[in-house]
Design a protein around this ligand. Structure first.
Ligand code: MG
Length: 163
């Protein structure tokens, strides 16, 4: 099982443009890659980067999330890009075939961009496309919150010590 990405970046805006050169289709993951997980919220810089990139490359978004049907139209409006729906899920080969046929592109001309090894990266690698892993965008906030909690507990501990 090949879950090692060809490239890793902090988020989509940091992707080296050279890597995308010549690609004929970019398949984007949605949750934690372009939007906060299970929401229709994102960062301005990410949306701006996406729109700029979409002018140069055909793009399509895909998510395994069960809530994608509900969010589809808002996400499409926000990105000005298709959110593809299928009965298949990443990393299935059938899904890859479906998308590559629909967009009439060969695997080597496709890059898959996402935050998860076992879906996004595997989806690209087992179908011979380029895999680009990005760090989940929700994580910074979670890390800060975790850090705040640890700090809080430490302060409480010290206060308790001197009480
Ligand atoms: Mg994701």
């Amino acid at each position: 099982m090949d879950i090692y990405p060809n490239y890793i970046f902090q988020d989509v805006t940091k992707i080296d443009p050279k890597i995308l050169k010549g690609k004929k289709l970019l398949i984007f993951d949605i949750d934690n890659t372009l939007f906060y997980s299970e929401t229709t919220r994102s960062r301005k810089d990410i949306i701006r980067w996406f729109k700029k990139t979409h002018k140069k490359y055909p793009c399509v978004c895909y998510s395994n999330s069960f809530s994608i049907h509900k969010r589809k139209s808002i996400l499409e409006k926000t990105l000005a890009c298709e959110v593809y729906l299928s009965k298949y899920k990443k990393p299935s080969k059938e899904l890859f075939q479906e998308i590559s046929r629909r967009y009439k592109v060969a695997a080597q001309d496709i890059a898959v961009i996402g935050d998860f090894h076992f879906t996004d990266v595997l989806f690209a690698n087992r179908n011979h496309a380029t895999s680009i892993l990005v760090r989940p965008i929700g994580n910074e906030r979670k890390l800060i919150l975790t850090f705040a909690r640890v700090l809080e507990n430490f302060v409480l501990f010290v206060l308790g010590f001197f009480a």
